[in-house]
Design a protein around this ligand. Structure first.
Ligand SMILES: Nc1nc2c(c(=O)[nH]1)N[C@H]1C(S)=C(S)[C@@H](COP(=O)(O)O)O[C@H]1N2
Ligand SMILES: [Mo]
Length: 426
């Protein structure tokens, strides 16, 4: 292999020098130290012996050095963890798919353990033939695979009154994005037969879980027949217990509360039930005290995940990657703008891939940081033409009494030392 290649390949130093001349700047600053670095000049212990054999971890977990990338809850939010929520560490992830092991959980009466053998799904009410499916039955229907985000309507809810929680994980982490495999709900409803229901326009389905809370929600028939999935796999594998094993409902683009886990019953009805989770909860109290209901779709939203309070800039001025997530429950993300000055001027970010409908979209702005403070914001647009509002714009319409459905623009105050803090410029 002693071809002429060796002589022609640029040395690391030449490469770095070239890169610097091309404007890559301070990314190369550490290179000069390479010569005296024992990590380069000495044989390290990991190269002096052998590593683990193939069966050391039949089902692997992340390496221990990444232990900090984990779900977290905010203890004062709920009296007990069985009816609470934790948050996805979005500040530490990239791409769009959320690893199941750190995807947020929201339970009203704890995560239950339900075996496939004990699983039953009933369809009843205004159907021609009431049916009960086992888990195995579900796997015999034609299936579909789709990537969708699931966002709790309470995501960013604590931020209505002002900047509150210090980290993208806490302000925006009630969201996950997975590839689901499942049977269209339409297929199962048609299997039971909808002639008895008559005109489907004013019909609803009521969906319930097998947990003690049951988390019942009413869904208009139009949505039930459109794109809802009765899902039994996420990210290629079985659903995790905490995400509804063995079967959950996927309601693309609509608030997480409707994504019933441990799905046990679907009743076709001639009206909505107006259950707890769609009256006293998950409605929006307006300025005049009245309540806005049936706000199912999650409006376009985005957040810079890095830099952010839990992901400060540690490398000083020079090349900086600003990255984040954008999504819309009404369709696909078409554009994301980033502002460094609290919304006075905007630059259009690069989308890692064209936005998928009702799925997370990753954006990046590859930029140079002068070392000055920034008021970092992102603003999402979707294919309906909707533009993510500022906090002031949202409050003008909704007042200050809301908890749910806060999709306002988020601001991170980046300080000259690279640290970041939750801030509000409105
Ligand atoms: N059966 C059941 N389904 C449920 C819930 C529940 O407590 N029980 N919580 C709902 C709420 S409010 C949300 S936001 C999502 C959260 O899904 P996740 O736990 O997979 O993140 O599940 C929904 N489905
Ligand atoms: Mo939720």
């Amino acid at each position: 292999m002693s071809s002429g290649f060796k002589g022609k390949a640029p040395s690391r130093r030449q490469f770095l020098a070239g890169a610097a001349a091309a404007g890559a700047g301070a990314v190369t600053a550490g290179a000069a130290k390479a010569e005296g670095d024992p990590l380069i000049t000495e044989v390290q212990f990991w190269a002096s012996g052998t590593g683990d054999g193939v069966d050391a971890t039949p089902y692997g977990l992340p390496i221990r050095f990444e232990a900090d990338v984990r779900r977290r809850n905010v203890e004062w939010l709920a009296a007990d963890t069985i009816s609470s929520i934790n948050f996805t560490p979005i500040h530490a992830l990239d791409g769009t798919i959320t690893p199941a092991g750190c995807a947020f959980e929201r339970h009203h009466s704890g995560a239950i353990e339900l075996r496939k053998q004990d699983y039953r799904l009933m369809i009843n009410g205004l159907v021609d033939t009431p049916l009960v499916f086992t888990y195995d039955d579900l796997e015999r229907f034609p299936r579909e695979q789709h990537v969708y985000f699931c966002e709790c309507a309470a995501n960013s809810g604590m931020e209505w009154a002002g900047a509150q929680l210090n980290g993208a994980q806490f302000t925006h982490g009630m969201i996950h994005n997975m590839e689901y495999t499942g049977v269209p709900l339409r297929t199962l409803l048609e299997e039971a037969g909808l002639d008895t229901a008559g005109d489907l326009k004013d019909k609803w389905v009521y969906v319930e879980g097998a947990d003690a809370s049951s988390n019942g929600r009413s869904i208009p028939m139009e949505k039930a027949l459109d794109d809802c999935l009765v899902a039994f796999k996420a990210n290629g594998g079985a659903l995790r217990k905490e995400h509804g094993y063995p079967v959950r409902l996927v309601v693309p683009g609509w608030e997480g509360s409707m994504w019933v886990k441990w799905l046990r019953r679907i009743e076709v009805m001639d009206g909505p039930v107006e259950s707890r989770e769609e009256t006293s909860k998950y409605t929006d109290t307006m300025a005049d005290g009245s309540s806005r209901k049936w706000t199912w779709e999650m409006d376009a939203k985005s957040v810079v995940t890095s830099p952010s309070p839990q992901a400060p800039i540690k490398h000083g001025k020079g090349p900086l990657v600003i990255t984040g997530l954008a999504w819309s429950g009404r369709g696909a993300i078409t554009r994301v703008d980033v502002s460094k000055d609290g919304g006075k001027t905007w630059e259009t970010a690069r989308l890692a891939a064209p936005g998928d409908k009702m799925a997370l979209t990753r954006f990046c702005l590859d930029t140079e940081w002068t070392g000055e403070e920034m008021l970092l914001q992102s603003r999402a647009m979707d294919d309906t033409g909707y533009v993510q509002p500022t906090k002031a714009q949202l409050r003008e319409v909704r007042g200050l009494n809301s908890i749910y459905h806060n999709n306002a623009i988020q601001t991170w105050w980046i300080k000259p030392n690279g640290e970041a803090e939750n801030a509000e410029v409105s």
